[in-house]
Design a protein around this ligand. Structure first.
Ligand code: CA
Length: 416
């Protein structure tokens, strides 16, 4: 089998054979099709299954109990959830077979490739429960310094467990969806007032898409992380800081977060990030046993935040204090169940440097240090019409860079 695709892939593409992320789009027949991205095209998985191209398993794949019928069944769906539920052996078998279809010229005339510029990607899976963590020490400490200047920057629990909250899955939207400025309640000169948020912000994060379930009552250990998590998306946790500040005590984030959470249209399988693994910072004090990791699950992703085209931040995901395996272990340690399609996010990714902060709250130090954009204008928080793009790169398994699917959103005015 050749190791080069027969499909034309631009030399600088972050979507080569080593990547192969999954997505979906609604096509001319009004049906939603599952796709695998290669370069500037996408292989149509539903068509591949229907044409019998998944009836043979790839050479060299240890299929275990995986059968062609299983592969056909998981792509005979408009969403990725059946694939997510099928588990690591099926994930590996499908990835192997798709690689074979894209490298063996015998399939050139049988594979349906769809040019991306003719597609509008949609959310490729049905999101179950959604959890957002708070796992960057630099982010948590920056917020602490801004809002509790006389207290220690971190709360006493922070280094002992990954802090998080349960969010709103129903308002997770695909990249490119416009974001309507939310309205809500916040104090003006001490008087509670209702209106459009004046402090609309982003949080640049990495999201983890859950594959297989656990049984209710059975925690997922850090060792079993790779058996339960399918892949990675970039995520923007849009935040209305004035609503958030007024409502968040004592129970945590609510309406200041739940109006929209954007995710990238392409889900990068963990298998594509096997060469991007990295150990996070030393954890001191030592963590409790259930949070210990034998193999670090951190990822060396370089995020990039563009505000109206200007690069304003480069948050390094490798600096996250709590890893995705620790987050999943903590999320389930009380016996809580995860299901295929659940989503959990890292929390704002902020590095130690000023140019590595993943929110405008931190970048502008709560509005005190405005950011200058490419057109010379300045910003404290988002204005109507502003666009934010979060992208990321990593080293792929073949040594070539991988570009994660970007997550973009433009702010529309509040409704009357
Ligand atoms: Ca967040």
């Amino acid at each position: 089998m050749s190791t080069a695709p027969w499909v034309s892939v631009p030399a600088d593409s972050g979507f080569g054979l080593g990547h192969l992320p999954y997505g979906a789009a609604v096509l001319g027949d009004d049906a939603q099709h599952l796709l695998v991205r290669i370069g500037d095209d996408a292989l149509d998985l539903n068509e591949a299954g229907a044409a019998g191209l998944l009836d043979e398993l790839a050479a060299g794949i240890d299929a275990g109990a995986v059968t062609p019928e299983t592969l056909r069944a998981v792509v005979d769906a408009p969403v990725l959830n059946p694939l997510l539920a099928a588990g690591p052996a099926v994930w590996a078998a499908l990835r192997g077979r798709v690689t074979e279809l894209l490298t063996d010229p015998a399939y050139r005339d049988r594979v349906v490739l769809r040019p991306l510029d003719a597609l509008t990607p949609v959310l490729p899976w049905s999101v179950g429960d959604y959890v957002d963590f708070y796992s960057s020490e630099h982010h948590a400490a920056n917020v602490g310094r801004m809002f509790r200047p006389t207290a220690p920057p971190l709360y006493p629990n922070w280094r002992h467990q990954p802090i998080g909250y349960h969010g709103r899955a129903g308002t997770v939207v695909v990249s490119g969806t416009d974001i309507v400025r939310p309205r809500g309640q916040y104090p003006v000169d001490g008087t509670p007032t209702f209106g459009a948020t004046r402090r609309l912000d982003i949080e640049a994060e990495v999201g983890f898409v859950v594959g297989t379930s656990n049984d209710l009552g059975t925690p997922i250990s850090t060792v079993d992380y790779r058996g339960h998590v399918f892949g990675v998306v970039l995520l923007n946790d849009w935040s209305a800081r004035d609503l958030q500040a007024w409502e968040t005590v004592p129970l945590g984030p609510f309406l200041g977060k739940s109006f929209a959470t954007s995710v990238s249209a392409w889900v990068t399988p963990l298998a594509a990030l096997a060469a991007a693994g990295v150990a996070g910072p030393d954890q001191d004090p030592p963590v409790l046993d259930y949070l210990r990791e034998e193999t670090p699950s951190g990822l060396d992703l370089e995020l990039l935040v563009r505000w109206n085209g200007e690069v304003v931040s480069r948050p390094p995901f490798a600096t996250m204090y709590w890893s995705p395996a620790q987050q999943l272990a903590h999320l389930t340690v009380n016996g809580a169940r995860v299901r295929p399609g659940d989503l959990y996010a890292s929390g704002t990714v902020s590095g130690p440097e000023a140019g590595q902060r993943g929110s405008f709250l931190e970048l502008t130090w709560n509005g005190a240090e405005p950011v200058t954009l490419a057109d010379g204008s300045t910003r404290e928080f988002l204005l109507d019409g502003d666009e934010v793009v979060i992208s990321a790169t990593a080293t792929g398994v073949d040594g070539r860079p991988i570009t994660l699917g970007a997550v973009t959103g433009r702010i529309r005015p509040a409704r009357d």
